[in-house]
Design a protein around this ligand. Structure first.
Ligand code: ADP
Ligand code: ASP
Ligand code: MG
Length: 410
């Protein structure tokens, strides 16, 4: 007998029938002799609906009140699922994030989990109960309710699995696993049997919404075996693990994409040695996340600095730069919106030079201009026009033979 953590996302608990289906999946796990902690998200599009409600009342609602509002979504799901389990004759108890002992940083909207007091969950498990925990939420100092960022229920689940030293964490969702790229956009996307923590971390960070990046970080740091699988179909999902067998070790394992990217160029920076650090420290202090950075010297004492940001941060970025124009020492700022990031990821790249060149060649053949590039050992990211994003993904998916590679059967 072991401890299993199961997490069910919004679509999987989107209706009464689906909650009943989730209860059945939980009961099957209990029937195998396991102690089970279930983490659930808010039903269907509840979180989006709550955000819309807030925006009707306020252009810029306070982050604290947003957390207060959004955490109600998960609370509905835990109560309903627990009732379903109880009415099937099982002993179950629902816990909000704070009741489950999930402690976070004192940051509203995007807090990190700093500790989990597992005592309460263990007590219930040892009394033979199924423990149903609200995802995406925690408690910071002074009893402040916090949330972990959109998609954060995955992180709740993996963090609980780490704290309880669970045997496994299963992430049940509305697709049957992690695919070579988002199967909702690319018909030929293929389900992967396994993907390494590092590859999954890159994919998640680069826009593959199937797992929250911090969930993958936790799983890697605590060596938690993860499986992403369907809450509807009974079939093996994708294992996220340390070792991925050589047979499957494709050079490129997946393609991620992310819309709503804007490139900002700061022209004529004359602040000498410290110009880079001054600009990016100023942006960081204002909570603006910068992604790809390119610096080009235009003369001996002048540089242009381009960087990419999420388009939602554009107004704030422009006003922060303008406010600090004198101390930053630049001439003007330009920006280009309507861009997207397309990235290829695979640990096989480490030992295969020329993958980036091949990517650029494929994009060029399809008439797609690359505006920015960034690389790491296991990924190459390009910024292209939004309008070309899917064409780029499909072309790369075909060129790196992601749909036709034959994997070993499980
Ligand atoms: P949940 O509500 O269960 O957390 P999400 O919507 O957060 O579900 O994540 C599942 C979605 O992730 C899928 O419906 C799919 O559109 C998207 N997705 C993006 N990239 C991938 C990928 N590489 N493989 C599988 N799904 C992906
Ligand atoms: N309900 C939250 C969201 O929609 C958290 C989650 O689903 O993981 O982002
Ligand atoms: Mg999710």
């Amino acid at each position: 007998m072991g401890i299993i953590v199961q997490k069910f996302g919004g679509t999987s608990v989107g209706s009464v029938e689906r909650i009943q289906n989730v209860a059945n999946r939980v009961i099957q796990e209990v029937a195998r002799g396991n102690q089970v902690v279930v983490v659930v998200s808010a039903m269907g599009k509840t979180t989006d609906e709550l955000v819309k409600l807030a925006n009707q009342l306020s252009k810029n609602p306070s982050k604290r009140e947003m957390d207060m509002l959004l955490t109600t979504g998960e609370q509905i799901s835990i109560a309903l699922l627990t009732m379903a389990l109880q009415s099937s004759g099982h002993d179950a108890v629902s816990l909000t994030g704070w009741q489950a002992g999930i402690k976070t940083e004192a940051i509203h909207g995007n807090a990190r989990i700093v500790d989990i007091d597992q005592e309460k969950m263990l007590k219930h498990l040892n009394e033979g109960k199924i423990v149903v925990v609200a995802g995406f939420q925690g408690l910071a100092v002074e009893s402040e309710i916090t949330t972990l960022g959109r998609g954060g229920s995955d992180t709740t689940a993996v963090a609980i699995a780490a704290a309880l030293k669970a045997d496994k964490c299963d992430i049940y969702t509305d697709v049957t696993g992690v695919f070579t790229t988002d199967p909702r956009y690319v018909k030929n996307a293929r389900k992967l049997q396994s993907v390494s923590y590092d590859e999954m971390l890159e994919l998640a960070n680069l826009g593959a919404g199937v797992l929250h990046p911090r969930a993958v970080e936790f799983a890697k740091n605590f060596a938690i075996p993860l499986e992403v699988r369907s809450s509807m179909e009974i079939e093996n999902g994708t294992r996220v693990e340390e070792e991925v067998s050589m047979e499957n070790n494709l050079v490129v394992r997946g393609i991620a994409f992310d819309k709503e990217v804007t490139r900002v160029t700061v022209i004529g920076v004359t602040n000498g040695l410290h110009s880079l650090s001054t600009i990016f420290t100023t942006l960081a202090k204002n909570g603006i996340n910068v992604d790809i950075i390119i610096q080009s010297m235009t003369s001996a004492d002048q540089t242009n600095i381009s960087f990419s940001i999420q388009s939602v941060d554009l107004d704030e970025t422009l006003s922060v730069l303008e406010e600090n124009k004198e101390s930053l020492g630049f001439v003007s700022v330009e920006h280009e919106s309507g861009l997207a990031k397309v990235s290829i990821v695979g640990s096989g790249m480490i030992s295969n030079p020329g993958v980036a060149a091949q990517m650029f060649e494929v994009l060029a053949q399809h008439g797609i201009q690359v505006k920015m590039v960034s690389t790491s050992e296991i990924k190459v990211s390009t910024v292209v026009e939004d309008a070309h994003m899917l064409k780029a993904v499909e072309a790369l998916h075909a060129a790196f033979e992601l749909e036709i590679n034959v994997e070993q059967p499980v």
